[in-house]
Ligand binder design. Structure first.
Ligand code: PGA
Length: 242
């Protein structure tokens, strides 16, 4: 099944979320595409209620490494599960870039989420200097080192998003050959998994380029930031995967 995952980052008020779901009302509810939107922790409960009946699943954007404890400002996977949330992003490049999330803590976050019964969309991707120095595949190998075991231990619960950092929010989309190479590498990395691991592409996905990206081998859908914010654009992105 193809997947459209929106990442709303630190955007949207309750009113805006309500308007979004009113606008997509029934347009895509029973399609063959899996529809997800990742929402700020503060607005998860409201979004869950507003998304009811829309066919869109609400995911979080991150979770803590630990289940409980004295970690002011953090939100644990158990707390997300308690709200009725089914999954979370882990390792988004903005977390890695601005908040110090690294391979080790991302793995802990993902493990914590999976143990709590959440699904995980695990984000990987090289920075521009890594791309330029030819180490993209080595970076992907390093970033997915522990993920291979997680995928084995929690079959069908992990989706991996390949997001070249230089393509996120910049308008620079990776070329089809670059996406194909990274996705083929990731597909072979997870080829021993008991269940197929879904692979999403992310980074300046737009309505105008998504159809082509969605047809690249081993691309099972997209993780989309900016272009997922407007209802009409979200629906158009969805239609690119039909
Ligand atoms: P973008 O963001 O689509 O706005 O480039 C992608 C992401 O952050 O996942």
């Amino acid at each position: 099944m193809k997947i459209l995952a929106g990442n709303w980052k630190m955007f949207k008020t309750r009113e805006e979320i309500e308007k979004f779901f009113q606008e997509i009302n029934l347009t895509i509810v029973s399609s063959e595409v899996r529809k997800i939107i990742c929402v700020s922790h503060s607005h998860l409960e409201a979004a869950l209620a507003m998304a009811t009946g829309s066919g869109v699943e609400i995911f979080a954007q991150n979770c803590a490494t630990e289940a409980w404890g004295a970690f002011t400002g953090e939100v644990s996977a158990l707390q997300l599960k308690d709200l009725g949330i089914h999954g979370t992003l882990v390792g988004h490049s903005e977390r890695r870039q601005y908040f110090g999330d690294d391979d080790e803590s991302c793995l802990k976050r993902a493990t914590s989420a999976l143990k709590a019964g959440l699904e995980v969309i695990y984000c990987v991707g090289e920075r521009l200097e890594e791309r330029k120095s030819g180490s993209t595949l080595a970076v992907l190998e390093r970033q997915t080192q522990g993920v291979v075991a997680l995928v084995r231990d929690f079959p069908a619960k992990v989706t991996v998003a390949y997001e070249p950092v230089w393509a996120i929010g910049t308008g620079l989309v990776a070329e089809a050959a670059q996406i194909a190479e990274a996705h083929a590498f990731l597909a072979s990395r997870f080829s021993q998994s008991p269940e197929k691991v879904g692979l999403l592409y992310g980074g300046s996905v737009k309505v105008t380029n998504f159809k082509e990206i969605g047809q690249i081998p081993h691309v099972d859908g997209g993780l989309v930031g900016g272009a997922s914010l407007e209802a009409s654009s979200y629906v158009a992105l969805h239609n690119c995967l039909l």
